[in-house]
Design a binder for this molecule. Structure first.
Ligand SMILES: [Zn+2]
Length: 131
């Protein structure tokens, strides 16, 4: 887990959480990073050493993770198709559970374009992180 201090072209500062520096580059390349204030996609990393979030249940991320793992289904690499199917079921008025898993930046962009509500997780799935 890495937190970066980011800044847009207009000079707005904000924070971004990433599983790794590769995740940051992939999200930036896919145009998924945007300034929360002006929506600029011209996001750069501020010069600063990355910080690693400490482990432990006291950390809000650990609680968020526990809640997601308890209430969402882990669909692994089938995330894109599962998210799409669950979104369509929800539109039909069916009760659906949330899902989490892995998707490529291209898959995430397609989902966003299709109006499927997805969000990046600020942590890696447990089986990966603890592997
Ligand atoms: Zn901005």
């Amino acid at each position: 887990m890495i937190v970066y201090d980011l800044a847009c072209a207009a000079g707005h500062d904000f924070e971004g959480w990433f599983g790794s520096s590769t995740d940051f580059e992939a999200q930036k390349a896919a145009g998924l990073l945007a300034c929360p204030q002006c929506d600029s996609r011209e996001v750069r990393k501020m010069p600063q050493a990355p910080a690693v979030a400490r482990r432990g249940n006291a950390h809000p991320l650990a609680r968020l993770r526990a809640a997601i793992e308890a209430e969402f289904d882990d669909v692994g690499s089938r995330f894109a198709e599962e998210a799409r199917a669950r979104h369509e079921a929800a539109l039909r008025g069916e009760e659906v559970r949330g899902a989490y898993g892995e998707a490529s930046p291209a898959e995430v962009r397609s989902l966003v374009e299709e109006g499927v509500p997805v969000a990046p997780l600020p942590f890696r799935p447990r089986r990966r992180a603890d592997a």
